[in-house]
Design a protein around this ligand. Structure first.
Ligand code: GMT
Length: 380
C-alpha cells in the first residue's frame, strides 16, 4: 500500500506521531511518502520505503501571507498522481485536512479517487480549531474525510461537543517505540548532573502557554524546600524567557538546566526520577508516555486526556490545573526512596500498553476499512 503522510515536521506531538507511524509502516513494507514543508525532525531513518516531498511556497510581493494551504494542496495532487498513492493520512486538522479534501476534489475531476484520513491531535480542536475563523473549516473537513481518528476518548468527546460532526471518530491512542524509549545505562550522565545524589525532575515540551512552564518551576521550588533535587527542562518555545526569569527570581538558577531541543531525549528520561506535566489541556500527553517507557513516573494535571494515560496513585498522580501545592506534595511522596521503585515499575508496565507494536495494527485495519468503504462509494 502507498500512503501519503502530511504533518507538521517541527517539534510537536502530532509531527512525532506521524513520523513514528510512517517509519513503523515503512518497516512493515508500506511505501510511505511524507509531504511536508521540511523533513520531519524524527525522520532519521534511511529506508527505501520512505520518501520525502517538500512543499515549496512561491514568494510574491502581493502575498503578505503566503498561501501555504494551496501549495500543500497542489503538492498532494502531484504526489498522488506521480506516485500512485492509495491513501492520504493527514495529521492535525488545520490546514492539512481541508487541503487534503481540496486535493481529493481536484483529483476526482481526473477520475482519480484518493481517500483521506484525518487524525485529530489536540490543539487543532481544543484551542486553535475552536477559533471562529477556523471552526467552520475544521467541521467541514472532518465531516468530509473518509475516515477520522482521535488520539484519546477525551478528544473524541471534545470534537463531538464543539463541532457539528456527523462522522464516526475512531479512537486510536498514541504509541511509543519501546525499542528506543527504554531506560538506558546513563549513570555517568546522572552523576555529572546530580553529583550528590539529588533527585532529577524533568519537563519536556514546546514551551507554549498551554504547558504552564511557570507551574513546573513553582512545583520544583516547593519540592526543593524538602528534598535535594535538580530540574531539567527540555525543549524551547515562546515561554522560555519567562521561565528563565522565574528561575532567577526564585534563586533556582543553579538547580535548573535549560537543555534546549534534544534529539536523544530518551537519554534524559533514562536519568530522570519524575516527569512534570501540569498542562492547561493535553489531549494525550505523548512526552509523558515516552518518559514512562523509560521508567519515569508522572505528576500531571488532570486536564483533557491525561487521566487516560496517568493512573492516579499508580503511575504517578494528577491534580487540578494550577494546584501546584498538591502537585509538589505528590512529587515529594513519589520521590521518597520507599515509594519511587514501585512507581517507576508501574510507569513502565503501563507504557507497555501503548507499545507501537500494539497500536500500529489499529491504524492498519482502519486504513483497510476506509479503503474498502471508499471503493464501494466509488462504484456507486
Ligand atoms: O500542542 C502541543 O503540545 C503540540 C500538539 C501537536 O499537535 O503537535 O500536541 C498535541 O498532540 C500530541 C500528539 O497526539 C498530544 O500528545 C498532545 O497532548 C497534544 N497537545 C495538546 O493537546 C495541548
Amino acid at each position: 500500500m502507498k500512503i501519503g503522510i502530511v504533518c507538521y515536521p517541527t517539534y510537536g506531538g502530532s509531527g512525532v506521531v506521524a513520523t513514528e507511524l510512517g517509519k513503523g509502516l515503512a518497516y512493515k513494507g508500506y511505501d510511505v511518502h511524507f509531504i511536508t514543508y521540511s523533513a520531519p525532525t524524527r525522520l532519521d531513518l534511511f529506508s527505501e520505503n520512505i520518501h520525502f516531498h517538500q512543499v515549496n511556497i512561491q514568494k510574491y510581493p502581493l502575498f503578505e501571507y503566503a498561501p501555504y494551504e494551496l501549495a500543500l494542496t497542489g503538492k498532494m495532487v502531484n504526489v498522488v498522481k506521480t506516485e500512485h498513492l492509495d491513501l492520504l493520512h493527514v495529521h492535525y486538522a488545520i490546514p492539512h485536512a481541508s487541503a487534503a479534501i481540496a486535493a481529493r476534489q481536484i483529483l476526482a475531476t481526473e477520475r482519480i479517487y484518493i481517500p483521506v484520513i484525518t487524525t485529530l491531535h489536540g490543539t487543532d480542536i481544543s484551542l486553535v480549531g475552536k477559533d471562529e475563523s477556523f471552526a467552520p473549516v475544521v467541521a467541514f473537513s472532518i465531516n468530509q474525510s473518509d475516515g477520522v481518528t482521535a488520539v484519546s476518548r477525551y478528544l473524541q468527546a471534545e470534537t463531538y461537543q464543539h463541532f457539528p460532526i456527523s462522522k464516526h471518530i475512531e479512537i486510536i491512542p498514541n504509541f511509543v517505540n519501546l525499542q528506543r524509549f527504554k531506560k538506558l545505562p546513563k549513570e555517568h550522565f546522572k552523576r555529572a548532573i546530580a553529583p550528590h545524589g539529588e533527585k532529577l525532575l524533568v519537563h519536556a515540551s514546546n514551551f507554549r502557554k498551554v504547558k504552564r512552564i511557570q507551574d513546573v518551576i513553582k512545583i520544583f521550588a516547593l519540592v526543593k524546600q524538602e528534598i535535594a533535587a535538580k530540574l531539567l527542562l527540555v525543549g524551547d518555545g515562546p515561554e522560555r524567557a519567562k521561565a528563565e526569569h522565574l528561575c532567577h527570581e526564585y534563586k533556582l538558577y543553579d538547580d535548573v538546566r535549560f537543555l534546549g531541543k534534544i534529539e536523544a531525549i530518551e537519554e534524559v528520561y533514562s536519568i530522570a526520577d519524575l516527569f512534570l506535566m501540569p498542562s492547561e489541556t493535553e489531549s494525550f500527553g505523548l512526552a509523558a508516555l515516552e518518559a514512562m517507557a523509560c521508567e519515569v513516573p508522572i505528576i500531571s494535571s488532570n486536564a483533557g486526556g491525561l487521566p487516560e494515560l496517568n493512573v492516579q496513585g499508580v503511575t504517578g498522580f494528577m491534580s487540578d490545573v494550577g494546584n501546584i501545592e498538591e502537585m509538589a506534595a505528590q512529587a515529594i511522596y513519589v520521590l521518597d526512596d520507599a515509594n519511587l521503585p514501585i512507581f517507576k515499575k508501574n510507569a513502565l508496565m503501563h507504557a507497555q500498553k501503548f507499545d507501537m507494536n500494539l497500536i500500529l495494527p489499529k491504524y492498519e485495519s482502519f486504513y483497510k476499512k476506509v479503503l474498502e468503504l471508499s471503493k464501494k462509494v466509488e462504484k456507486i
